[in-house]
Structure formats: structure tokens, C-alpha cells
Write a new protein. Structure first.
Length: 149
């Protein structure tokens, strides 16, 4: 996909479009698409589960490049809770990560906060903070009803 097309897909018209493009890039192991989701600012920050705080696009790119060296990441956002305003959005969610192991398919759970700002280039991610999920996060993700009534 040409870079201009990726930028359009990544920015979209809403933070949801950027988040969708981010998870799509994880599923494909597409570093260029993933980096197009991030703001072009050196203050952007990323924390992977159990990892250090990464500040700036160079550090974030290197971390995802190393992660993708092992293949794509099959992370599925669930239980998305959104707080949105005119120029910023915070999405708190639980990621279900499908892992293929020699013992067969496994699932991991990660608690995530994604922060988006409306920049001159459009909506972009400025923070992605992921922490290992707890037993209660897993129980809530597994037992949560699809429709609340």
C-alpha cells in the first residue's frame, strides 16, 4: 500500500479509525502502517507489558520492529471504554492476544490505555500503555455480555 494511502487510513476522521488501523497493523506485522498511526512528535510514549517507558518515535519504532521480528501480534481490543473531547480521546480496553505455542493456542490478556490527539495532520496516537492483565480482567473479558440491557 502506498504511504499516502496508509496515512489516510491511519488518520481517518475519528480516533476509532486510528485505533482500528493500529490493531490492523499489529495483525499484519506492518511497521509502516503502525508508525503512521502515531503523532509526529517526540513526546509520544509507549509502554509494553513489563517493559520500560519508550519516548519518541525512534524508540517506539525499534521496539515494534523487534516485536514484529517474531511475527504479527494478534491483539483483539475488547471492552473499549472511551472518553472523548474535541481534541483528545482516551480509550481504555482489554486486549485479548492469541498466541500460538507448541502446546497449542493460548490467550493472554493485557489492560491498555490508548491516547489520541487531534494534530495538524489529523487524529494520531500519542500514548499506548499496556500492562499485564489480572485474573479479574480476564474474568470480566470472558464473561462480559455482548449487549447490555
Amino acid at each position: 500500500m502506498p504511504k499516502a494511502k496508509l496515512r489516510h487510513v491511519a488518520l481517518g476522521g475519528r480516533p476509532d479509525d486510528v485505533e482500528h488501523s493500529f490493531y490492523e497493523a499489529l495483525h499484519k506485522g506492518d511497521l509502516a502502517q503502525l508508525m503512521n498511526c502515531w503523532a509526529e512528535e517526540e513526546e509520544i510514549v509507549c509502554v509494553h507489558p513489563g517493559g520500560p517507558r519508550l519516548i519518541g518515535s525512534g524508540a517506539i519504532r525499534s521496539a515494534f520492529e523487534a516485536l514484529f521480528a517474531h511475527g504479527p501480534v494478534l491483539a483483539h481490543p475488547e471492552q473499549v471504554h472511551k472518553i472523548e473531547s474535541l481534541a483528545s480521546a482516551v480509550h481504555h480496553l482489554v486486549e485479548r492476544i492469541d498466541i500460538h505455542t507448541p502446546a497449542g493456542p493460548q490467550k493472554a490478556w493485557v489492560v491498555v490505555t490508548n491516547v489520541f490527539h487531534k494534530t495538524p495532520q489529523g487524529w494520531r496516537m500519542v500514548a499506548h500503555h499496556a500492562s499485564p492483565g489480572t485474573a479479574s480482567d480476564i474474568a470480566a473479558a470472558v464473561s462480559a455480555p455482548a449487549v447490555l440491557h
